[in-house]
Design a protein around this ligand. Structure first.
Ligand code: GRF
Length: 211
């Protein structure tokens, strides 16, 4: 059974997609052990509590400096014996110590087709604003492993979504969530949990070998 920690900052619709997929059996061999938010008001925490999942707020505001916040976050995650950390709308920049503590065990959902519209400054609605500004006709979402860069880790799954005439960033964001994010994030977790994620060199991801 893969023990998952989910890091969130906001509404938590991607977290909900994971909770629903575990309940319905679209994700097997995995349990969500803890949900951590940097923001006490995140609705995602309520979603976790409603489903009997441990919900924690670890906010930078409660620590004297960034290092202490990072230490608290890391020790909360390490102490829960997690096999996988899912960043599901997590707006905290993941510190290198956390990547080193969980190598190839942190995945992120990004709302564009990486390597387009990603990197520093590309988060939330801003991604969709830039997509519309550039006028591309296809966008989508990407699930990838987290390394020490921003949106640079190995790609796990991608799904394309059409941009429509008269889209606003909000309308496009919703379509990308519905048609891509809420589908590929649970799918990626299920592949990992069941030892079916094939890496680009052909070997299958395992928590022992890839860490
Ligand atoms: C999603 O668009 C996700 O791709 C991005 O932040 C948003 C989070 O939405 N990283 P939610 O909190 O899962 O509803």
């Amino acid at each position: 059974m893969l023990r998952i920690g989910v890091l969130v900052s906001g509404g938590g619709t991607n977290l909900q997609a994971l909770i629903d997929a575990v309940s319905s059996g679209r994700i097997t061999n995995a349990e969500i052990a803890v949900v951590v938010s940097n923001n006490a008001g995140a609705f995602a925490l309520k979603r976790a509590e409603k489903h009997g999942i441990e919900a924690l707020c670890i906010s930078p505001k409660d620590y004297a400096c960034r290092e202490q916040f990072h230490e608290a976050l890391l020790s909360a995650l390490v102490s829960r014996n997690l096999d996988l950390i899912v960043l599901a709308g997590c707006l905290v920049a993941i510190p290198p110590e956390m990547v080193q503590a969980f190598p190839m065990k942190i995945i992120n959902i990004h709302p564009s087709l990486i390597p387009s519209f990603c990197g520093r400054g590309y988060y939330g609605l801003r991604v969709h604003e830039k997509v519309l500004e550039r006028g591309v006709k296809i966008t989508g979402a990407t699930v990838h492993f987290v390394d020490e860069g921003t949106d640079t880790g190995p790609i796990i799954l991608q799904k394309a979504v059409e941009v429509q005439p008269f889209d606003t960033p909000e309308i496009l964001q919703r379509r990308v969530m519905e048609q891509a994010e809420w589908i590929i994030l649970p799918e990626a977790v299920n592949l990992i949990a069941n030892g079916r994620l094939m890496m680009t060199d052909g070997h299958v991801w395992t928590k022992e070998k890839d860490a």
